[in-house]
Write a protein that binds this ligand. Structure first.
Ligand SMILES: *Cc1c(COP(=O)(O)O)cnc(C)c1O
Length: 492
């Protein structure tokens, strides 16, 4: 199994090379030359634990990783860092089935990929005889930074530097990052906004002279953002896990159709579901849920992708995105793997901020259904499901639930459905608590953590326990112009 690019036919790119490189030289994304087919039965799915299942799925994509190495990656990624042995529990309420992907160290679904990516990086380094230490550079507006920090902290042969806008993340998010342990980690608040951080990080990546300077010190930059194929592939596995659990819990029989609803931002999670379907998992509808930034909803309706619009800050910030990077991979597949077509669409997006796909391509989107929910709907559904079903959803999951409810009313399609739950309500205490009762509006996030703990049963997630009193390990703050120097100083 080899990899090619969405923008140019390539040869001889192994999965480990694609992981190490992150993005193809001409700017395209790496994709398998052919999507694998599942080589196990659906009945087997309900018998395996998460580690076994992940192994059986990931090995089909990363054939060049030896069995013992891949097993090492998996057992070290999906271990006691997760607060349940099941890793991805499926929870049934009166009206829905939730696949909870938030039981990892940072209580959001990015842990599913970022807890394994560092191990893939190490294996990739070894196979490609890369002797230098890998330095992960990340700009974050909140969730990704902490998940990447947790993944790479104390991983030998790597360092990680995270920049965040000093006044642009929530108190809880900031505290989560600043209390990160590990000698190989550096977290820096920047006196600027997220765009400043992101732009400067990209400049540092593109700076050939600087790359040479750090190469002399035996370092090499890499990126942990969601277009890395090493982040996408591990996400395919949990769709198989969902199906196995639905069977085991008597919600469907082997071979019967299942729908999935995915709260979507950068289109990575739902693309993983699409891959699972292409591999042979009986997924029928891929329901793509957006918030008010509904660029994907409009695209699925009209075939026109148009980013020329106002950007909205919503209560589901991890979906506040106008350019869904991973959609490029879907365009490649629905265009009959035409790199020319992808190049021309991506060029139009870059120059005009929009593109329109052909009718043939649009016809290939028939398994997708787009929906969206605004902040008011999100709030209403949090309250309704909490009151009527005693289940507390976070804002991102609530967007998905709202779209699911609308879909069923619209289509009368009662196919068993799994809603992908991407974050714990503890991560967005302010929005969640004020949705269930107005009296919580404006109350401090740390106070609300305790209030929420009173409301829902079970232990406080480790990620939040004592968060208000943990020692701050990272105190550095810099100006935008000083970011490069900070990197240089850290890499001695
Ligand atoms: C990143 C994120 C999403 C969006 O996932 P994509 O793969 O980017 O579509 C949804 N919910 C939460 C909580 C996230 O952190």
């Amino acid at each position: 199994m080899l990899y090619t690019s969405t923008r140019k036919k390539l040869e001889n790119i192994t999965s480990t090379k694609a992981i190490l490189q992150g993005i193809s030289e001409e700017g395209g994304l790496f994709i398998p030359t052919e999507l694998p087919k599942m080589d196990f039965t659906l009945d087997e799915l309900s018998k395996w634990g998460y580690q076994e299942l992940a192994y059986r799925v990931i090995k089909l994509f990363f054939e060049d990783i030896k069995e013992e190495d891949l097993k090492h990656c998996i057992t070290h990624a999906y271990d006691e860092k997760f607060d349940t042995k099941e890793i991805t529990p499926l929870v049934h309420t009166k009206t829905a089935n939730f696949l909870e992907l938030f039981h990892g160290p940072t209580i959001a679904f990015k842990d599913m990929a970022l807890s394994i990516l560092p191990y893939f990086m190490l294996v990739s380094k070894k196979y490609n005889k890369e002797e230098k230490d890998i330095v992960i550079l990340t700009a974050t507006s909140g969730d990704t930074g902490k998940a990447a920090l947790e993944g790479f902290a104390n991983v030998e042969g790597t360092k990680i530097i995270v920049f965040f806008p000093q006044d642009g993340v929530s108190e809880v998010q900031k505290r989560q990052m600043l209390t990160t342990e590990g000698d190989n980690t550096l977290v820096v608040g920047v006196e600027g906004n997220f765009d400043d951080c992101q732009t400067t990080v990209k400049e540092i990546f593109a700076d050939k002279e600087f790359a040479k300077e750090i190469a002399d010190k035996n370092y090499k930059f890499s990126s942990a953002n969601s277009i890395n194929i090493g982040r996408l592939v591990p996400q395919v596995a949990y769709y198989f896990a969902a199906y196995g659990k639905m069977m085991k819990d008597g919600k469907l029989k082997a071979g019967e159709a299942m729908n999935v609803v995915v709260p979507t931002g950068n289109f990575g999670n739902i693309l993983a579901a699409y891959y699972a379907k292409q591999m042979g998992l009986p997924i029928q509808k891929l329901i793509c849920a957006s918030n008010t930034n509904k660029v994907l909803f409009d695209f699925l309706q009209t075939g026109t992708y148009d980013r020329n619009r106002a950007f909205h800050l919503t209560t589901s910030p991890s979906m506040d995105i106008l350019i869904s990077s991973n959609l490029e991979r879907l365009l490649y597949h629905i265009s009959g793997e035409s790199t020319e077509e992808v190049c021309s669409l991506m060029n139009a997006l870059k120059t005009k901020g929009q593109y329109t796909i052909s009718d043939e391509m649009k016809a290939n989107l028939k398994d997708f259904y787009g929906g969206y929910a605004d902040d008011q709907m999100t709030k209403d559904y949090i309250k309704k499901v909490y009151n009527e079903e005693n289940y507390l959803m976070d804002t991102h999951t609530a967007v998905a639930y709202a779209v699911y409810d609308t879909y069923v009313k619209d289509t009368k399609d009662h196919t068993p459905t799994v809603i992908i739950s991407t974050a714990s309500p503890y991560k967005f205490t302010g929005s969640v608590m004020s949705a269930i009762d107005e009296k919580y509006e404006g109350v401090n996030d740390f106070t609300l953590l305790e209030e929420m703990h009173h409301l829902i049963q079970g232990a406080m997630p480790k990620a939040m326990d004592q968060i208000a009193t943990r020692p701050i390990k990272h105190k550095k703050v810099c100006e935008v112009q000083g970011m490069k120097q900070v990197v240089s100083d850290f890499l001695v």
